[in-house]
Design a protein. Structure first.
Ligand SMILES: [Zn+2]
Length: 423
């Protein structure tokens, strides 16, 4: 992408002035980013994976020095013959008031008995102005199943923002050139497991990051770096912690804990709440409380719904209450409450309650019993005064099935009369 505005044009021109990586820097990068291996076979032969020299060494130490090239080697017992590694290396520098982060891709390939091959290429530059404004220059990075690396022949250009440019280097060159704003920020050369870009950007874009760094609240800084604006709704409480010299050990739990305090309307400016002696216990206590609150609300909603259902049921079906008839063996009666229908569904193992039959305006639910034992549940259509279905335990039919339906239809005038009376 061609530089579009004045800011991008300025950075693009300045980037041409940056010196190439020096021999010393390259050497340092190879030494510090890549694990140097002394491959040991079962017979005690060690191969230096740097220069290819092999010798017999019977000591069992984990480290040794190659007698030929002098490399410090990590001794590894393995049958593996080929070693590959790729890492990023970062140089922190300054240019015309910009803080610049230069990222180099380093590739290592070694075969037992041969000299190791190294390769490096600068792939990303982040230019950050003292006010936090920034521009990224990078090579192309084709993504795909077979191409998980950079296109080293592509040109260095201004690129629109992508998370992949927020690189995690294996190491940072110890000699760093810092702009005065970074020098004043409390940065002492350590990134504290924060990506260099997230750290420098946060420090320049928001003075809260500087406050955290100087106060030693590294866990918080690490937690919010990358999404620093999220810190705003916690800042009042964080200031209380800093003032009370309270170190937040687990930023994520503390953040959740503050959210819980907020949920329960606690004073977020009060050290008694925001600086708990036992953070985990405090957090767990409020998590439990919140679960209980949600459960209680759920119960209240359920009983509210049950009450509403009951009222609706009574309103539409109460005119048929009290209907009961028998042929001497089978007794059929109208079910007269939501509770009654729920019980019928439980005992008969069918869905009469779960499917809200009691709320269907056209359905009336009857229960048919023999000797007081529920046999079948009958659904009657009120508009047509017809039996829609009659079902026994688990939706089966009983031996009384036909007899039940006949009995209901023979007594249909009872329903007809009630319907007429109500109308
Ligand atoms: Zn060697």
């Amino acid at each position: 992408m061609k530089p579009k505005n004045k800011f991008q044009k300025q950075v693009f021109e300045l980037s041409k002035k940056l010196p190439s990586i020096s021999e010393t820097q390259v050497k340092w990068a190879y030494m510090n980013c890549i694990a140097h291996i002394g491959r040991r076979t079962k017979k005690g032969v060690i191969s230096c994976m740097e220069c290819g020299h092999t010798w017999i060494d019977t000591t069992t130490g984990e480290q040794c020095t190659c007698p030929r090239c002098g490399a410090k080697l990590l001794v590894t017992g393995t049958r593996q013959r080929v070693f590959k590694q790729s890492e990023y290396f970062c140089i922190v520098t300054a240019c015309e008031g910009f803080q610049v982060l230069r990222f180099f891709y380093i590739q290592y390939y070694a075969k037992a008995g041969e000299k190791a091959h190294y390769f490096h290429s600068e792939v990303v530059q982040r230019w950050i102005a003292p006010n936090g404004k920034y521009v990224t220059l990078a090579r192309l990075r084709p993504m795909g199943y077979f191409a998980d690396t950079w296109s080293f022949s592509s040109t260095f250009e201004i690129r629109s923002e992508k998370p992949l440019y927020n690189l995690i280097p294996a190491s940072i060159y110890p000699r760093q050139r810092l702009i005065p704003e970074i020098k004043r920020s409390g940065y002492k050369g350590q990134c504290h497991d924060i990506t260099p870009f997230d750290l420098f950007y946060s420090l320049l874009a928001d003075n809260k990051a500087e406050t955290l760094l100087k106060a030693g609240e590294i866990n918080l800084l690490r937690f919010f770096a990358g999404n620093f604006h999220h810190i705003n709704s916690y800042w009042a409480s964080i200031k209380i912690c800093i003032r009370n010299n309270y170190k937040i050990k687990d930023a994520s739990i503390w953040r959740d804990y503050i959210d819980l305090l907020r949920f329960f309307g606690k004073d977020l400016h009060n050290a008694k709440y925001v600086c708990p002696d036992d953070l985990t216990a405090g957090h767990d206590k409020y998590v439990k409380k919140k679960k209980e609150r949600i459960e209680q609300e759920r119960r209240e909603q359920a009983s509210q719904k049950a009450l509403e259902d009951e009222n609706r049921f009574k309103e539409t079906k109460s005119k048929y209450f009290g209907i009961i008839f028998s042929d001497g063996l089978i007794e059929v009666r109208t079910l007269e409450s939501v509770d009654d229908i729920m019980k019928e569904g439980d005992i008969m193992h069918h869905c009469v309650f779960a499917s809200d039959y009691h709320l269907k305006s056209d359905s009336l639910i009857l229960s048919a019993c023999v000797d007081g034992k529920r046999m079948e549940t009958v659904e009657l259509s009120l508009s047509r005064l017809k039996v829609l279905q009659s079902r026994g335990v688990c939706n089966t039919s009983t031996e009384y099935h036909e007899q039940i339906i006949n009995l209901v239809e023979k007594n249909i005038r009872l329903f007809k009369r009630k319907k007429r009376m109500a109308a």
